[in-house]
Design a protein around this ligand. Structure first.
Ligand SMILES: Cc1cc2nc3c(=O)[nH]c(=O)nc-3n(C[C@H](O)[C@H](O)[C@H](O)COP(=O)(O)OP(=O)(O)OC[C@H]3O[C@@H](n4cnc5c(N)ncnc54)[C@H](O)[C@@H]3O)c2cc1C
Length: 309
């Protein structure tokens, strides 16, 4: 860290993905002394394309973030590539590099991590022909032969959803017991034309750098072009928990309790993007970061006016 990153910032933004950069942009344009600390591991890094962001549909995630970093620099926002390892109330923010900076307000936009099913082939192909989100990748693989690797009862819902993008869908039950499927599940799966295959999946078959099938433990192989998986989300909420933010359990992990601006139950601490909720796509993450940044600017202004001598 250089000399320019010392001292007290009005706002420190932890995490420089879509959410954090968007918060930083509005804060910089509001003339707030702002520092972004980013560990440089955005969630969608495995994907070559980012879809569904109006005017940016198909852009590479790396290019999107590079443009965002350029934009915040225009307004004097500082960015350091490092990891925040500790935050104390007040706020003192300690970086892995050893330095500590102070902030009046925090935006915690640390995203989430995807814990992938431990099936050989899944991690290697994730973001390519092993995918998790039909809104991110469904169009690109439309009408292909889909497999859905069940690892949770919610995988039935995933199989039903992806049938919107292909009429050739097979649900591999893998670790989900056939007896666990409800009558409603079976009726909907049949109505959607989804084939159901019980039995453990041993591996994905890859030939010439392309997914070609799903092999079961009994040795049978089912030709498939794309496989949907349901990674277990690990919310990046450690710093929020450390600060004492109230959390709420969801089927996709525990996320902070927030108001409509992303303010957590800790005064002065906002959150945005996937650290705030599982379902935040890039465009939502950017929007929530923007909302947090604009709210902080107004709140700082009023605080300073109210305490002016
Ligand atoms: C394979 C894949 C493909 C996807 N494709 C799409 C798509 O096409 N369209 C779409 O809308 N969404 C897509 N998504 C979802 C998308 O990744 C998220 O919506 C988006 O990344 C959320 O932005 P964020 O800013 O909240 O988090 P992130 O982009 O994950 O950014 C968080 C940042 O915080 C940093 N960080 C974490 N902890 C710390 C710390 N302690 N200190 C400092 N920095 C820290 C991380 O390193 C990271 O750089 C995809 C996801 C995956 C997994």
């Amino acid at each position: 860290m250089t000399e320019t990153h010392t001292g007290t910032y009005e706002v420190v933004v932890i995490g420089g993905g879509a959410a954090g950069l968007s918060a930083a942009l509005v804060l910089g344009r509001s003339r707030r002394r702002t520092l972004v600390v980013d560990a440089g591991e955005p969630r969608n890094a495995p994907a070559a394309h980012m879809q569904g962001y109006l005017t940016r549909d198909g852009m590479s995630p790396a290019e999107f973030l590079a443009l965002g970093r350029e934009e915040i620099a225009r307004y004097g926002v500082e960015l350091v590539q490092d990891r925040v390892v500790d935050v104390t109330s007040g706020f003192a923010v300690t970086l892995a590099g050893g330095e500590t900076v102070r902030a009046r307000r925090l935006v915690i936009a640390t995203g989430l991590k995807d814990e992938l099913p431990a099936v050989p082939g899944v991690a290697e192909r994730f973001g390519r022909d092993v995918i998790h989100c039909p809104y991110c990748h469904g169009w690109e693989v439309r009408d292909q032969a889909f497999g859905v690797l069940a690892t949770t009862p919610l995988s039935v819902h995933q199989a039903l959803m992806v049938s919107q993008w292909s009429k050739d869908v097979t649900l591999f039950l893998h670790t989900v017991a056939e007896s666990g499927l409800t009558d409603d599940d079976l009726r909907r799966l049949a109505a959607a034309g989804v084939a159901v295959v019980p039995g453990e999946v041993a591996e994905l078959v890859v030939e010439d750098d392309r997914l070609t099938g799903v092999r079961l433990a009994d040795g049978t192989t089912h030709p498939r072009d794309a496989v949907f998986v349901a990674p277990r989300p690990i919310p990046g909420t450690g710093l929020l928990e450390k600060l004492g933010a109230e959390m709420q359990e969801t089927p996709f992990g525990a996320y902070p309790v927030v108001d409509e601006t992303g303010l957590t139950t800790v005064p002065g601490v906002w959150t945005a993007g996937n650290a705030m909720g599982f379902a935040e796509q890039v465009v939502n993450a950017a929007a929530s970061g923007y909302r947090a940044g604009a709210t902080i600017n107004g709140e700082l202004l009023m605080t300073d006016l109210d305490t002016a001598p």
